[in-house]
Design a protein around this ligand. Sequence first.
Ligand code: PMT
Length: 400
Amino acid sequence: MRIVLGITGSIAAYKACTLIRLFIKAGHEVQTVITPAGREFITPVTLSTLTQKPVITEFFSSRDGTWHSHVDLGLWADAMVIAPATASTIAKMATGVADNMLLTTYLSMKAPVYVAPAMDLDMYAHAATQRNLERLRADGVTVIEPASGFLASGLEGKGRMEEPEKIFKVVTEGAAHHIIFKGEADALKGRRILITAGPTHERIDPVRFIGNHSSGKMGFALAAACARRGAEVTLISGPVALPTPQGVQRTDVTTAQEMYEATTVAFPSHDAAILCAAVADYTVAEATEEKLKRTADGLILTLVPTLDIAAALGQMKTPAQRLVGFALETDEGTESAKAKLRKKNLDFIVLNTLLDKGAGFGTDTNKVTLIGPNGTRALPLKSKHDVAEDIIHELCACFD
Ligand code: PMT
């Protein structure tokens, strides 16, 4: 996700550093925009070091006179967060005053906006501030309520900016319901999409299995991205510890054979399948009913190949259906991904390689290359939510 972080003149400006760190660690890109008053509380050098991007304060760059386009920033961002937001900035936002870069960016913003007020408790309680916040809410801004403290009168009140961890949670959870590609809200309405996710477990004996590190995060993010676009989603999942995304029909399986059976039965009644599961390529020839005893000798297990779900679906596929596969490699991987694309009769394949830091198993981020008959598109490291958005955007184009 691309985040514009607006910082205004409050003592809480130092907390913006923690917030930036949380966003960057989760794979998001952050562009800071700071008001002239904000600069009194935190230096642009600190912020640019954390974000790896120059801080925007003025309409023109003081270094080379380049114009900073608030309109471009409004189109670039997936979310705008103003933290800390002073009473003055809140009042200006509520009335449409545009006398600095942060406010013009707000007025040009196409993405969801979040505001985390930070001020003296009495200022926050004042009717004028509350009126302005009500106006912002009416304009669709999410107000992240400040934490509680004590007013000068001794009564309890609010004003201290909410902690960065809470702001991060509100913004990223809000983004989970956000479609990056505008105008795609109903793009899969009336379509049925089948998705496989997670690992498989191949039984050795009642206490042991052969498995892999798939957490299911990538496949579940794909299921959520399809559901957001109005699709009826069937998710066939191996053993994972994730909640089912809203509006998704889930079937749990354990072994590659069970996943094969559930997927091949379901595919004919679906418009597309996305095979994200890390399915075992081999299973144990003869699992034992009793726990294998430890002996002084070595143990030799005979493994036999599992059925290839992607190849089976590739053969069943009708001209109206679409099939998307994944390729997980430990080298650069393009050639073997292209071979899988052809062999399994896929419409496109998503390559991720464990050579890339932050890609593949378990992480909240991924770095993928989309490979189709018309070419190859390498995407930067992003959150799995955003990678899913890119993949489903590509799938929508396959139906055109
Ligand atoms: O779950 P996460 O922790 O979020 O991690 C995501 C992921 C790394 C598991 C995911 O991004 C991914 O790469 N999934 C595919 C893993 C894999 O098994 O790749 P592969 O190159 O071995 O298989 C190629 C394709 O054939 C895949 O679409 C796979 O689902 C499919 N396959 C493989 C074996 C088999 N018996 N049947 C299959 O359908």
